[in-house]
Design a protein around this ligand. Structure first.
Ligand code: CMX
Ligand code: CO
Length: 146
């Protein structure tokens, strides 16, 4: 099952400036930063709260590092803003297979690497009422739930 909102993905032009906005405005601090070459992003995870499944909910601020990345392409059309929502699970393969079995397209055949060593897949927004949905299994021993 899906047991938490793992994160909300927010596209931004300047990660450092946006991180500072979230700190100064809301008091949210950076929990983790990394560059994901495959996804074409530099990102910061701001932890908001722990969740009842042993995981946590984050904001994921995303700055594109390549013009051909999904985030750059989306921002060219929409500007900065909320890009996707991620639901957390202890078993991303089973959850993805279940949802694909309901006739909704996933974007990847095999899960890929997400933030903090997690494994992720996505559901096509055109099959999900206009929302790009990410499915996340946290790394073993990571901050996510079992
Ligand atoms: N939310 C809702 N709808 C979206 C969307 C989004 N984030 N991105 C695209 N769409 C819609 C578009 O508006 C478009 O709709 P129309 O045909 O009605 O105009 C349609 O989907 C196709 O969009 P597109 O601009 O032609 O873009 P692509 O099909 O090339 O790519 C997608 C869309 C979802 C397949 C691509 O963005 C993707 O592969 N995303 C997954 C990877 C990703 O987002 N990585 C960054 C985050 C990494 C992380 O979270 O760790
Ligand atoms: Co994400």
């Amino acid at each position: 099952p899906l047991t938490r909102i793992d994160h909300i993905g927010i596209a931004c032009r300047d990660l450092d400036e946006t991180v500072e906005f979230y700190r100064a405005t809301y008091g949210f601090e950076v929990f983790h930063t990394e560059t994901n070459e495959e996804q074409g992003v530099r990102e910061a995870m701001l932890k908001i709260n722990d969740t009842g499944d042993g995981g946590a909910s984050y904001l994921q601020l995303l700055e594109p590092i390549r013009e051909d990345s999904a985030i750059a392409k989306w921002m060219a059309k929409n500007g900065e803003g909320v890009h996707h929502i991620a639901f957390g699970t202890a078993d991303v393969v089973t959850v993805t297979d279940d949802i694909v079995g309901k006739g909704i397209r996933s974007l990847y055949e095999q899960p890929r690497r997400g933030s903090m060593g997690s494994t992720i897949n996505f559901l096509h927004p055109k099959d999900a009422h206009g929302v790009l949905v990410e499915l996340v299994q946290a790394a073993e021993g990571g901050d996510g739930g079992e």
